[in-house]
Design a protein around this ligand. Structure first.
Ligand SMILES: [Zn+2]
Length: 447
């Protein structure tokens, strides 16, 4: 079938719009992401018994859905809500089936495209030239985040070192910022990574916020000064650089890395199911097309391998590993892969308690906290279990705001409060490292 001149022209105009929109500046009236989410909806389904759980699994198994919470159909259980993004053409059918089975549900987002455009409508007006003008209350492209890192490194030679720990699948450098006074080289260290899962944009926003606040308050905040004097912080603002870039330009809800699988047409691995602890067991999928795909072997992803190598090399000094995710409002610690109590439970539990109390003190937002297996669900191959097994006594995963109202589309207006409260929690954990916590050493190593 041949295209007439007019449709070729239309197609090229459309293509130009897509290119412009996917690169930050989106003119009013043009569509972000090529309007691919128009009419899509996000459902919150609440199955109340085992029979309804089975029904929901069956219904969702028959249509192509993008699960937001939990992140795999096998993890659906009763007394837990299911948040799911459904394509426009499947929404009517889903409404009908849920009504027919009398399963409780609500539509959280009735037009996903509109919600995305609401969130990113101000992209073009953002300031992002120099560090003093950098706008921490908007989401940034990978390119912007990386230039910001160079700028921070340039302007704070006394407190910041920047280096790359390797390259991503698509060849992007994996940058880390080291913060801390360099007077004592053998200091205890804290590792913080953000953006393991691409679509959780609040993560990278938090890592940037953390750097801004620690450096900005060094002069007048005595707690912060003590932390930077006595500890080193390794900050990795975007762990999954390829995925983040892809979620920025092409698919807002992309979660995995971008590695290619030669047998299947699906790309990417869940970077938090790719670690070498009970790899690809419960809560992970061996199918490359699933969002929880564990990869062909542990550390198959160059991003995971790079971080694992770095932490293995520095494990004597790294006392806390913190991974920033979204969304659920939870603070989780090991184990993820089994129901058991960690040997230094008392120390970790009280650190978590202090952290959520500090977080609450900002705006009264409540976080649940506890072992990942019982607080969230059992999942193998997670980074906190790996860090813990490798001798890092405090390993935490944060699930930031919210609890599903906006889900992965947390508005930019909530970056400030979310980061402000989370900073208090991280500060509490870091301050705790400077105090002693007695633990039963005979029961180590930890796993
Ligand atoms: Zn995540």
């Amino acid at each position: 079938m041949a295209l007439d001149h007019r449709s070729v022209f239309r197609a090229s105009v459309l293509l130009t719009c897509v290119i412009i929109c996917s690169n930050v500046l989106c003119p009013v009236g043009a569509y972000l992401y090529n309007n691919r989410y128009a009419g899509d909806q996000v459902f919150r389904i609440t199955p109340s018994n085992d029979e309804e759980v089975r029904a929901v699994k069956k219904i969702l198994g028959h249509i192509k859905v993008d699960l937001w919470q939990p992140n795999s159909i096998s993890l659906i259980g009763h007394n837990a809500t299911v948040d799911v993004h459904v394509k426009r053409n499947d929404t009517q059918g889903l409404h009908a089936r849920l009504k027919q089975k009398r399963i409780d549900y609500r539509v959280f987002i009735s037009n996903l495209q509109k919600e995305i455009e609401k969130q990113t409508g101000y992209r073009s007006s953002r300031k992002r030239r120099s560090e003093s003008q950098y706008d921490y209350e908007v989401y940034h492209s990978l390119e912007e985040i990386q230039s910001w890192m160079f700028e921070i490194n340039r302007t704070h030679p006394d407190l910041v070192t920047m280096f790359s720990i390797g390259k991503s699948y698509e060849g992007r450098p994996l940058y880390v910022l080291q913060l801390g006074k360099r007077s004592r080289p053998q200091k205890k260290s804290v590792w913080i990574d953000c953006g393991v899962h691409a679509r959780e944009w609040i993560g990278p926003a938090f890592c940037q916020w953390f750097v801004k606040e620690t450096l900005g308050s060094y002069q007048y905040d005595s707690v912060m000064r003590r932390l930077l004097n006595q500890l080193n912080f390794y900050i990795m603002p975007v762990f999954n650089v390829d995925g983040y870039h892809f979620s920025w330009t092409t698919d807002r809800f992309w979660r995995k890395t971008r590695s290619k699988n030669h047998k299947f047409h699906c790309r990417g691995v869940d970077a938090n199911r790719n670690w070498k602890v009970k790899w690809c067991d419960e809560g992970a999928s061996s199918h490359p097309c699933d969002d929880t795909y564990c990869g062909p072997y542990p550390e198959s992803e160059p991003e995971v391998k790079a971080v694992a190598n770095f932490l293995r090399k520095h494990k004597k000094r790294v006392k806390a590993y913190i991974s920033i995710h979204a969304y659920a409002q939870m603070l989780l610690y090991p184990y993820s892969y089994k129901y058991a109590t960690i040997p230094n439970f008392d120390c970790v539990e009280s650190a978590a308690h202090n952290a959520v109390t500090a977080l609450y003190s900002a705006y009264g937002v409540r976080y649940r906290y506890g072992p990942a297996s019982t607080t969230l669900y059992v999942s193998s191959g997670s980074s906190i279990d790996w860090a813990y097994r490798n001798g890092i006594p405090y390993a935490f995963a944060f699930e930031l705001r919210d609890t599903g109202y906006f889900g992965f589309l947390l508005p930019e207006s909530l970056i400030n409060p979310t980061c402000t409260e989370t900073l208090r929690a991280v500060k509490a954990i870091a301050s705790g490292l400077l105090k002693k916590c007695e633990t039963n050493r005979d029961r180590f190593p930890y796993i």
